[in-house]
Design a protein around this ligand. Structure first.
Ligand SMILES: [Zn+2]
Ligand SMILES: [Zn+2]
Length: 226
C-alpha cells in the first residue's frame, strides 16, 4: 500500500505550525510514506504574513514552504504535493487540484463569501474537503456545514476528539459524501497519532489523487506513535 498525508502544516508559513519544512519532510520520509500534501493556512487564515502585503507577494510567501518541501522531497525520495487550507471564522476547507499559477490569476477570491468562492474553485477543477467539520474551540462561534459546496468530509482527523470525528462520519454518511482522513499535523514528528489515506497503486500527481478519491480507490489508516 502507498500512504499519503492529506492535511499538513509547516513553519514558517502556518503561524500555528512548529515543525519546519525540513523536519516535516524528513519525518514522513522516515515513516515510509509515498507522498504528502502541504496544506498550510491560506491568506484568509493563520498565515505568518502581514495582510497589508500585496496579494501576489503573499502568495509567493504562501507557496515558499511547498516549494522548499518539494526540493526536500526530491532529495529524500518522497512525493510532495500542493494543497491549500481555506478558513472562514474557524470553518476550514482543504482544497486540492489548483496550483500557484491559478491562485495568482484569481485575487478576486479574497473578496468572495465562502459559498461563492467554493463554487468558483470547484468549477475550475478543485476537489474540496470540509476539514474537521465538528471541531469546537473557544474561538469558534458556531459549527457551520456546507454540504452542497464540498466533495468530501475529513471524518478522521488525528488531532481532533473521537466524538468530533464520529459526528463528522455521521454527517458524511447522511449526506452521501466520501470520507477522508488526515493528521492536521503542525509538529513534524512530535505527534501521537497519524491519520491518512492509502492506495494500492502509487499516485503521481494531485490530479491522480483526485481521480483515486473520486473512484473510491483510497482507504483510511491510523498509526499510533506514542
Ligand atoms: Zn493551524
Ligand atoms: Zn489544518
Amino acid at each position: 500500500m502507498y500512504r499519503y498525508e492529506l492535511h499538513l502544516h509547516t513553519a514558517p508559513v502556518s503561524r500555528c505550525a512548529v515543525g519546519t519544512v525540513k523536519e516535516t519532510v524528513e519525518f514522513y520520509a522516515s515513516m515510509g510514506y509515498d507522498g504528502i500534501f502541504i496544506t498550510n493556512h491560506f491568506l484568509d487564515g493563520n498565515i505568518r504574513i502581514d495582510p497589508g502585503v500585496p496579494y501576489k507577494e503573499q502568495l509567493e510567501f504562501y507557496f515558499a514552504d511547498y516549494e522548499a518541501a518539494a526540493k526536500e522531497g526530491v532529495r529524500l525520495g518522497i512525493k510532495v504535493f500542493d494543497g491549500v487550507e481555506l478558513s472562514y471564522l474557524g470553518t476550514d476547507f482543504l482544497i486540492y487540484g489548483l496550483h500557484k499559477d491559478w491562485y495568482m490569476k484569481h485575487p478576486e477570491i479574497m473578496e468572495m463569501g465562502k459559498r461563492e468562492e467554493l463554487a468558483l474553485l470547484a468549477e475550475h477543477g478543485a476537489y474540496i474537503v470540509h476539514a474537521h467539520p465538528f471541531r469546537e474551540a473557544g474561538y469558534i462561534d458556531h459549527i457551520r456545514l456546507y454540504p452542497r459546496s464540498v466533495h468530501a468530509v475529513e471524518s478522521t482527523n488525528a488531532a481532533r476528539l473521537d466524538s468530533e470525528n464520529l459526528m463528522a462520519h455521521l454527517y458524511a454518511e447522511q449526506y452521501g459524501l466520501p470520507e477522508l482522513a488526515g493528521s492536521d499535523n503542525h509538529w513534524a514528528g512530535n505527534v501521537k497519532t497519524l491519520a491518512g489515506m492509502e492506495c494500492p497503486r502509487p499516485l503521481d500527481s494531485v490530479e491522480d489523487f483526485i481521480s483515486a478519491a473520486v473512484n473510491g480507490e483510497l482507504r483510511p489508516f491510523i498509526i499510533k506513535l506514542q
